[in-house]
Design a protein around this ligand. Structure first.
Ligand SMILES: [Fe+2]
Length: 318
């Protein structure tokens, strides 16, 4: 297995969301949606009712796992960290929070190095790993040029997996763990104007406005959406045209979030899992102050081009 060499640079800790695993009813229907329509690349099918995909500009072998199941929703989110030794440091810090940590041997998950695995207070299963086989992004590593061979970028022209939003209880406790154990910073939060209760928390471990976010829900372990980056607003409109052409169920047509300032479309896969494609948003640094929205501006915080609260966006989760 070609593994990622330990980077000789001052990056420590979590680099990004490396993998999201979601449940779908039907693998063929899902293949049509994620591969043929959205343009993700199927890398392989496991012998375990799972299909693995990547986006065109990702080097790692896969970033999205679909598992055939009776219920849609999320199985787990996996973060990729810079160094193998980070895994032991994180496990130690999680124990200080009384969180049980499972050590998973290499290759339990395909093409993946060892992992640690645990559940957040909201019930969501989280993995962290440092190594995964890489098979490139369709361009050579020396004199790569700027675009891969024709045909590599298809459908919605997704660039990469970007972030996900999880719904659950105890989101303040989730955020505390992500910040104190893994070094995330809080880029933005949405609070109730009457009592400052946290309603949605946006956390980043990079220059992105968020890598993961949590939204308060009455039930734990819920899935709001997985999001894929596009290059431009032109590509966002191209995706919107294909969504219309193929009668994909739309939740929110093109708009711009107040939170993160990303231009966005929300739609559903054939199993009812929400997907997002987005582009833009600001650059975050660790010293950027946390931005706070309250519910007096809920419409603008969510969809800033019409300042309209959409109940389906807030209430439909898998
Ligand atoms: Fe999003």
């Amino acid at each position: 297995m070609k593994s990622n060499e330990e980077p000789d640079m001052p990056v420590t800790g979590i680099m990004r969301v490396g993998e999201v695993a979601i449940r779908v009813f039907d693998l063929e229907e899902s293949r049509q949606h994620y591969d043929k329509r959205m343009g993700l690349i199927e890398t392989h099918q496991g012998d375990d009712d799972k299909v693995y995909y990547k986006c065109p500009d990702e080097h790692d072998l896969y970033s999205l796992v679909l598992r055939k199941a009776d219920q849609p929703g999320i199985d787990y989110v996996a973060f990729k960290t810079a160094r193998d030794s980070d895994l032991d440091d994180f496990a130690e810090r999680l124990r200080a929070f009384d969180i049980e940590v499972e050590h998973v041997p290499a290759n339990t998950y395909p093409a993946s190095g060892r992992r640690i695995k645990f559940n957040l207070p909201s019930g969501h299963e989280i993995h962290v790993y440092a190594e995964k086989e890489q098979n490139g992004n369709g361009m050579p590593l020396r004199n790569p040029g700027t675009i891969p061979d024709e045909g590599y970028i298809r459908g919605f022209r997704t660039v990469r997996l970007d972030h996900c939003l999880l719904g659950g209880t105890d989101i303040d406790a989730n955020a505390k763990i992500m910040m104190e154990v893994f070094g995330f910073t809080m880029s933005e939060k949405l609070v109730a104007h009457e009592n400052e209760m946290s309603l949605a928390l946006f956390l980043t471990t990079s220059n992105k406005p968020h890598d993961i976010a949590f939204v308060l829900q009455p039930e734990g372990n819920k899935f709001h959406h997985v999001s894929f980056l596009l290059d431009s607003v032109n590509d966002l409109y191209h995706a919107a045209d294909l969504i219309g052409k193929y009668n994909i169920a739309v939740d929110v047509a093109p708009n711009r979030h107040g939170v993160t300032r990303g231009a966005t479309i929300y739609f559903f896969d054939p199993s009812g899992n929400r997907n997002e494609v987005f582009t833009g948003g600001y650059v975050h640094y660790p010293d950027t102050p946390t931005l706070v929205w309250d519910t007096t501006e809920l419409g603008k915080a969510t969809f800033s081009q019409d300042n309209t609260v959409r109940p389906s966006f807030l209430e439909v989760l898998t």
